[in-house]
Design a protein around this ligand. Sequence first.
Ligand code: FMN
Length: 196
Amino acid sequence: MSRANLNTVCLLGSPRRGCNSDTLAEHFTLRAARYGAPVTTFPLSELHFSGCKNLFRCKSDLEHCAQADDLTPVLEAVSQAQVLVLATPVYFTNVTGQLKLAIDRFFSFFVPDYPTAKVKSRLTSGRHLVFLQTQGEPEDKYANLMESFSASFNGLGFDQHHLVRAWGVRNSGDIDQESSVLLECDETARRIYLDA
Ligand SMILES: Cc1cc2nc3c(=O)[nH]c(=O)nc-3n(C[C@H](O)[C@H](O)[C@H](O)COP(=O)(O)O)c2cc1C
């Protein structure tokens, strides 16, 4: 498969539509689409879903999440994604609640014996995780946020990590002044979809 065709799924973590993190996501996904990638975007704040309830059926009688809600098609799409884009503002030092609830449901991708298994995921490896992070505080804050999720995403098969961060952006539209961050989105897309 040509890399430009990499199936791409984008989860928008901000409850504010069209603002800083959405803009980064749109910038990246438009570029991906221009390279020929199929892109599906889910605005999480418009969906009704719960976090993982630890029913554990994905580790017993099912191979997927037993909870049926608006996240069901999202999980199906993520399972088919070669590139997963997570766009989030920093909220209280972390990703937004909406995004964290969705990430917790990724637990269903792990095989039953994941703590000891060599291959921990039901998903294939070599997939890309693109983490688009915006925050009001300065650069030195939350630089390691994506890294805090690294081991989990590596285990799931999303083991190629790409981080784009914007700091000092608080109000809607602040991101439009951050031309270097927008260029970084372009460059990240080029590396993923075009480079060998
Ligand atoms: C509830 C809430 C909590 C926030 N917590 C933080 C924080 O801990 N650190 C920070 O740098 N910015 C924080 N911010 C600012 C947002 O990260 C910042 O405004 C971001 O650019 C918003 O992204 P958006 O425009 O995509 O919604 C917070 C904003 C809100 C509304």
